[in-house]
Design a protein around this ligand. Structure first.
Ligand SMILES: [Zn+2]
Length: 193
């Protein structure tokens, strides 16, 4: 991939984390920001790029380069360096680097944003811990007293095309006998039929 001219100049055609000058430099937008602005992007060598894509930071020695890149003047490079250093905090050199640098709050928020989104994400699981998605079919694992509709949906009832209740991971919605009702995820099992 040919690097954007601006990034070429800024990075001096080298990985902005580890300074590697291989021929296949990548443009990487530091999440959750997108590649719609050059300021969101960092130039990465294949080695850095592939490890970041896989969120695999086991090659701890490679990431010692971050103790240099964290001092970059480029906010995107600061944010990415900070983000990865935070994952290596158990290494003394990583925690020292994090403590010694003074970054803008905006950069730190950027670095932490993706993890916070992950942590705050609402995930719906059935009674057995299986991930539920909108459109799935589920089976009731016990008799369900449908309030207001005055009937009991027996255990084993299949509810098709469920919807996830966006702000409550314990609830889904589905139609039983024509009525849309809220069902607790702990009383359903994902169905494959
Ligand atoms: Zn690199």
């Amino acid at each position: 991939m040919a690097l954007n001219n601006f990034l070429q100049t800024r990075s001096n055609n080298a990985c902005e984390l580890c300074s590697e000058t291989d021929n296949n430099l990548n443009e990487y937008a530091v999440p959750p920001k997108k590649n719609d602005a050059i300021a969101n992007e960092v130039v990465l060598c294949n080695k850095c790029f592939s490890q970041i894509e896989q969120a695999n930071y086991a090659d701890v020695n490679h990431w010692r380069c971050l103790t240099g890149s964290i001092w970059s003047e480029v906010p995107a490079v600061q944010a990415l360096s900070y983000k990865i250093l935070s994952k290596l905090k158990t290494e003394d050199w990583a925690s020292e680097a994090l403590e010694s640098v003074a970054l803008d709050e905006a950069v730190i928020n950027w670095a932490n944003a993706e993890d916070e989104l992950e942590a705050g994400r609402i995930i719906h699981k059935d009674a057995y811990g299986v991930l539920l998605e909108s459109g799935d079919a589920v089976v009731l694992t016990q008799n369900l007293n449908v309030k207001g509709a005055n009937f009991i949906a027996p255990k084993g009832t299949i509810v098709r095309k469920i919807k996830l209740v966006a702000d409550n991971e314990e609830q889904i919605e589905g139609k039983i006998e024509g009525d849309t009702i809220v069902i607790l995820t702990k009383f359903v099992r994902k169905s494959t039929v």
